[in-house]
Design a protein around this ligand. Structure first.
Ligand code: ZN
Length: 244
């Protein structure tokens, strides 16, 4: 399997960093996991073929994880994709279709079938991908309740099972203990280095796992990796390839 980090930036736009996006190439399927800006343009920097992707998986509905999807659908439309495209969303599939229609991206006018499903069906479609719900959006619970909003606060982390090794992409999350099972199962962890307490991440540095810090980095973690040497820990770079 080859995982290419197409975007390793945080939610704050910065020069020379793309927002969250992983390209996953396996023997079975090619996926994008998260689709932050400028995913479509980044894909055109490779030998882009409109039918290359099988599916897109969105971990949660923050803009830096989904904002690139409209331009990606537009790219696939203009370049006359033929093959079915699966899109796995964490919540509000029908509202997503409405947002496409608002932008004049009418699903019925696309030259391919866009099949939108809830992310909880992902493992039936791609056995090598397993999802784990996390707590990243729970901080909005009171606001959503008080304002009677339809947001479901769904956010997921994703385990990719290779032949010999597993890679765990945490996406954004707040606390590591709830993700103990996929952390245990992983050899390589692409981890949100901004939101969770730095202490929880530093504890992982002492393991034999490869730790790749993505989605920006907290100042505490930045200091830690500057003052101590951890051969298994690296900051993610855009376009970085991980083969396993
Ligand atoms: Zn987020």
């Amino acid at each position: 399997m080859i995982v290419t980090i197409l975007g390793s930036g945080s939610g704050l736009p910065t020069p020379n960093k793309n927002h969250s996006c992983l390209l996953v190439q396996s023997n079975q399927k090619n996926l994008l996991v998260d689709c932050g800006e400028p995913a479509a343009r980044t894909l055109t920097e490779y030998d882009f073929k409109p039918d290359f992707l099988d599916g897109i998986v969105i971990s949660h509905l923050h803009p830096d994880h989904i904002s690139g999807i409209y331009m990606l659908i537009q790219l696939l439309h203009i370049s006359k994709r033929q093959k079915d495209l699966y899109l796995f969303l964490p919540e509000r599939e029908n509202d997503f279709i409405k947002s496409m229609e608002m932008l004049y991206l009418f699903p019925a006018k696309l030259p391919f079938n866009l099949i939108i499903q809830n992310i909880t069906t992902l493992n039936n479609w791609a056995e090598f991908v397993q999802i784990f719900e996390n707590d990243h959006l729970k901080r909005y619970r009171k606001f959503v309740q008080d304002n009677n909003l339809p947001n479901k606060l769904k956010s997921y982390s994703i385990l990719l099972k290779g032949e010999d090794k597993n890679l765990f992409y945490t996406a954004d999350f707040s606390n590591l203990p709830q993700l103990a099972a996929p952390v245990d199962a992983a050899d390589i962890i692409v981890i949100d280095a901004l939101h969770p307490p730095a202490k929880q991440i530093i504890e992982l540095f002492a393991t034999d796992k490869t730790i790749i810090l993505t989605h920006g980095i907290s100042s505490e973690l930045e200091t830690e990796i500057k003052t101590r040497i951890y051969p298994n820990v690296k900051k993610a770079d855009d376009y970085q390839e991980i083969k396993f």
